[in-house]
Design a binder for this molecule. Structure first.
Ligand code: SDX
Length: 392
């Protein structure tokens, strides 16, 4: 369409947005949440406190934290009728398919008379979503394996409650493993928010139409599911299974396949749209992986050995160096989740539980600061105008 396309300044304006929640420097490998470095938060804070920071902009005082944490605990149950929603799915439905449907369905329970222009009503919606996501996620897993749903417990913290709802069953007392609970909380923290990634941008675009927050989060879950985005953690485990053993020639063979344009094989958990350096979350995730598997006596876990050798070889390979491809947040998270006992089809669900606080914080920021409907433009590459052929 040579000469047909005229530059439209609006094109750029609709593609970008302003936000003060998360800052990323892809070249330097920097990630700040409201100004605090992710490594400092991961090592000193917890997911509930980080959720408060992302949503309200400042770390909570002790009293604010206690009240916020208590409010979340008191909103973890879901409407009893929601349980019927699950029965409409096949038992073997992917948990992300169920989660996407059920979260969208929350609108049928909590959306009536919701006035999103009122800050208090936005806050209540945010609390409901933060509190209920672990419950719904665990219900997806229980539905998949044919076990009864576990009601949340108010005597457990956020990560402990999720583990209980996932793995507890009525036949025996479930003992919380503190190593698993700490690792789960760390994973929730490392996936909480990440600027304008594909799923957060989806939530913002949906929110810009004035859609209710439950529908917007459901749209974010759908976008996150893709293997190029949140689905990568599940894809990493499948890749490690495919690689099979950590022998040098075997791993080199897969690294060579990842470089071959004619081969669809890619190193899942490697590369990033923004980072052209180490993803700072991957560093913390790798430390957590070593801690958890070390404490479980699994330091020699075959998949961990493959992952570490794969990382070493790739980071020394010119193809990856030239393209600035480094491990991202998904490279080690799956190994930790598998060690905790989370099945691979639930990995992206865990990501969605965590990212809900990022999504709803961006939604809240956009609604509260005034917004126009998002309307990205395009670079038109089609036909110039032409007349419909006369009928003969
Ligand atoms: C997340 O945006 C976010 O912030 C996302 C996220 C978040 O927290 O929300 O960080 C979460 O989505 C992390 C990314 C998880 N996805 C994966 O790990 C899937 C594997 N990675 C690739 O699909 C890819 O790296 C992407 C999608 C992550 C990034 O794609 P880009 O930036 O568009 O990179 P590209 O496709 O332009 O690649 C540049 C080059 C290409 O080679 P050339 O055409 O230059 O020869 O690098 C190659 C690519 O072929 N390449 C890879 C590769 N990733 C890119 N080659 C082999 N293996 C890979 N993983």
């Amino acid at each position: 369409a040579e000469g047909f396309f005229t530059y439209d300044p609006g094109f750029v304006a609709t593609a970008a947005c302003e936000s003060g929640i998360t800052y990323i420097d892809g070249g330097e490998g920097v990630l700040l949440h409201r100004g605090y470095p992710i490594a400092q938060l991961a090592n000193n804070s917890n997911f509930v406190e980080l959720s408060y920071l992302l949503l309200f902009g400042e770390l909570p005082s002790k009293e604010e934290y206690v009240n916020f944490e208590k409010t979340i605990r008191n909103h973890t149950m879901v409407h009893e009728q929601l349980a019927n929603f699950f029965k409409g799915f096949r038992r073997d439905a992917h948990p992300m398919a169920i989660l996407c449907g059920v979260v969208g369905g929350l609108a049928a329970f909590y959306h009536d008379n919701l006035d999103i222009t009122k800050e208090e009503e936005r806050r209540v919606s945010a609390i409901r979503l933060i509190a209920k996501m672990p419950t719904l996620a665990a219900m997806c897993h229980k539905y998949n394996i044919g076990q009864p749903f576990n009601y949340p417990r108010n005597d457990l913290n956020y990560a402990e409650n999720f583990l209980y709802m996932m793995f507890g069953n009525p036949c025996e007392e479930y003992k919380i493993n503190p190593v698993f609970a700490k690792a789960m909380d760390r994973i929730f923290m490392l996936h909480a928010d990440h600027e304008q990634n594909a799923s957060t941008s989806t939530v913002r675009l949906a929110g810009s139409t004035g859609a209710n927050p439950f529908a917007c989060i459901s749209a974010g879950i759908a976008a996150l599911w893709g293997p190029a985005h949140g689905g990568a953690n599940e894809a990493v485990l499948n890749m490690l299974d495919e690689i099979g053993d950590d022998s040098e020639e075997n791993i080199q063979r897969f690294v060579d396949r990842a470089k071959d344009k004619d081969d669809p094989f890619r190193l899942m958990g490697f590369g990033h749209r923004v980072y052209r350096n180490f993803d700072p979350r991957a560093k913390v995730m790798k430390e957590t992986c070593d801690q958890v598997l070390g404490e479980l006596g699994m330091a020699d876990d075959p998949q961990l050995k493959i992952a570490k050798r794969l990382e070493q070889i790739a980071l020394e390979d010119d193809y990856f160096i030239e393209r600035q491809l480094y491990p991202n947040v998904d490279f080690y998270s799956g190994i930790i989740l598998k060690a905790i006992g989370v099945p691979a089809n639930m990995f992206t669900v865990v990501f969605a539980v965590s990212r809900t606080i990022g999504w709803i914080s961006h939604w809240n920021e956009m609604i509260s600061t005034g917004y126009r409907i998002g309307r990205p433009r395009q670079l038109y590459t089609g036909h110039t105008q032409r007349d419909y052929p006369e009928k003969n």
